[in-house]
Write a protein that binds this ligand. Structure first.
Ligand code: HEM
Length: 593
């Protein structure tokens, strides 16, 4: 037995040695490590091929282009967060100097940058029917919040946009004005406590809280109290949305490089926490208003009316009604068809039948655009649809307004003559309005308008516009054919800082926006809100909250550079909306009388 055992163990030992020797061999090579090396090399070679195979794309089309780097394309500096989107694209714009357009690559994906203002007009307006989408993937079944105005495409976008447009006209702004003014008064009271002590203040943070209060009051009908309580839930969600490395940023990363991964891994436009928060707030507010028969004059109320199919234009001013007629004319002008992938969205959020025709064409009656009442019928507003819109109003409204205001106060601190002149104008106009900040008073402040316009020239919230070519397009005056699916970049920041259009472009000079100076510039060289049918829908509201906040602050406080101020500003390359690293600090004191 013993012997057997030892024999057995001897045999096993020798087998082991044999096996070990064998295990060091690979399938194809003598060495397992060699095999790993070869497989690794093959993967690298395949990746290299995959990421560079397209690099002759623009050359083959005869389009001037910038030489890309394997794996990164032309956006390496932006991708590695060494440059902001604004500066990164400005550099590419400069390298393409003398060209009307130029080819670039995001990793391996060909994109085209349009530099020439006339071509930009084609993309944004004249040939909108080829460029009506931003190419952001959406999945309305699993991610209902993605059915929002920023992301939706084709016919469903158009139906929604035409339905929502009147919610942002001047008549509605007049109604919302008192809510915005309330928040601005709160802001002024809050800053007063710092001003009395002559403290330095991080205005970027304070103004983000002001903008959060504003948009949550006007869009959600909820007082978020972010100024009083910096840890309010709305403020927390706002910060989560824009935080670097956030869900939203991940979504952004895959959007163009690997959109199918978004669906595969079920990466939604916002994290579940953010989606649930906003959907719950909307549901609770809707229930509360319904049960208590409360009607508050805000965006949410307008959406509730749209849900009930009430025409929200009935009490509008004549001017706004005429604007509606223009929109109906636009229906005919931008007669485009929706893409196949929009059918799901179309089924979910639009009523089949007379209004949304099965071929996707814009509905017309006797050759005329369909009247507005019928558009209203074309969108199904359920709770998710409403939540998706207010959510995007929140996202679109709070960060843009907060940063624009803080950049403006920074420039006013550096340019005291402009600050004084602006304060004089505000004093003068207020006198005519018995010291009251009214909607009309704000409209009358011409210099304020120039100051804000110049701020948005130097610091456009979104440094680039994006469109995707939805059907093959020949660039006017050339024989270059842009393929369907090609992203088109319009580099607003680079254009706003081009000395060809703005002399000494890094200097803050509101005079650039007098009527006389504006007329001297080519059209489509100033695009802080975009242009054409997809122009920012919140333009009026955004400007109202920015101007209201600035007017109240400048009329009551003096703003100066302090030790903590960064001069020049250091921009954050990780942020999508133009923003600074480390806040924006200024010294605030009561104004001298
Ligand atoms: C200073 C403030 C703001 C700036 C600078 C700004 C800027 C922009 C820009 C550049 C676009 C893209 C336009 C294009 O692609 O042609 C945009 C779109 C949009 N903005 Fe704003 N925005 C501001 C405020 C707001 C506010 C307050 C809201 C909502 C209450 C809002 C909601 C939207 C929406 C929904 C879109 C997408 C429109 C569509 O695709 O039909 N924005 N905005």
């Amino acid at each position: 037995m013993l012997q057997n055992y030892s024999e057995c163990s001897r045999t096993t030992r020798s087998d082991n040695i044999h096996l070990q020797a064998k295990s060091n061999m690979g399938l194809l090579f003598d060495s397992f490590f060699m095999e790993i090396l070869v497989v690794f090399g093959a993967i690298l070679a395949w990746l290299y091929y995959y990421f560079t195979a397209n690099f002759n794309y623009w050359k083959n089309k005869g389009v001037p282009y910038l030489k890309p780097v394997p794996f990164f394309g032309n956006l390496i500096e932006i991708g590695l967060h060494r440059k902001t989107q604004a500066e990164g694209f400005r550099e590419l714009y400069r390298k393409l100097e003398g060209q009307m357009f130029g080819g670039i690559f995001q990793t391996r994906i060909p994109m085209i940058m349009f530099r020439d203002p006339d071509l930009i007009k084609h993309v944004l307006i004249k040939d909108f029917s080829h460029f009506h989408d931003r190419g952001m993937p959406h999945d309305v079944e699993n991610d209902p919040i993605s059915a929002n105005l920023v992301i939706l495409e084709g016919q469903p976008w158009k139906n929604l946009r035409l339905t929502l447009n009147p919610a942002f006209n001047s008549s509605k702004m007049r109604i919302l004005f008192h809510l915005v003014k309330e928040c601005a008064e709160e802001l002024s009271r809050y800053l007063d406590s710092f001003a009395q002590k002559g403290d330095d203040v991080d205005l970027r943070d304070v103004l983000a809280r002001y903008a959060t209060d504003n948009i949550s009051s006007c869009a959600f009908g909820v007082k978020s109290n972010s100024l009083k309580n910096p840890h309010s839930k709305f403020r927390e969600m706002g910060e989560k949305i824009i935080a670097p490395g956030s869900w939203t940023n991940m979504h952004r990363l895959f959007r163009y490089t690997a959109p199918s991964l978004l669906k595969y891994f079920n990466i939604k436009s916002f994290s579940d926490e953010i989606t649930d928060f906003f959907v719950d707030v909307v549901k609770e507010t809707l229930d509360y208003r319904e049960n208590n028969k409360i009607e508050r004059k805000d965006f949410l109320n307008l959406l509730i009316q749209l849900k009930k199919k009430v025409d929200i234009t009935e009490n509008d001013d004549e001017e706004d009604k005429n604007a509606e007629d223009d929109l109906e004319k636009m229906n005919n002008a931008y007669n485009f068809s929706f893409e196949e992938h929009d059918e799901v969205t179309n089924k979910k959020f639009t009523k089949n039948g007379a209004v949304v025709m099965q071929n996707g064409q814009t509905p017309t009656e006797n050759g005329q655009a369909t009247p507005r009442k019928k558009w209203l019928d074309s969108v199904v507003f359920d709770e998710h649809m409403i939540a998706a819109q207010v959510c995007v109003f929140f996202l679109g409204g709070f960060e843009t307004a907060a940063t624009s205001m803080s950049f403006c106060l920074y420039e006013l601190s550096l340019n005291q003559d402009v600050q004084r002149r602006l304060r004089d104008e505000i004093d003068h106009v207020l006198k005519e309005h018995n010291g009251n900040f009214t909607y009309n008073a704000l409209e009358q402040m011409e210099y304020l308008d120039h100051v804000v316009a110049e701020t948005l020239r130097m610091y456009p919230s979104l440094p680039n516009l994006i469109r995707v070519c939805t059907k093959p397009y020949t660039i006017p005056g050339t024989n270059v054919l842009i393929d369907k699916g090609t992203p088109v970049i319009i580099p607003i920041y680079a254009i706003h800082r081009d000395p060809l259009y703005y002399y000494d472009p890094d200097r803050f000079d509101p005079e650039r926006f007098t009527d006389y100076n504006k007329e001297k510039r080519p059209a489509y060289t100033y695009l802080p809100f975009g242009e054409g049918p997809r122009i920012c829908i919140g333009l009026r509201f955004g400007l109202m909250q920015v101007k209201m906040g600035l007017a109240i602050l400048v009329s009551r406080f003096q703003f100066d550079i302090c030790e903590k101020s960064q001069v020049p500003l250091i921009m954050d390359p990780k942020k999508f909306v133009m923003n600074t690293i480390g806040g924006l600090w200024l010294k605030v004191t009561p104004r001298a009388h």
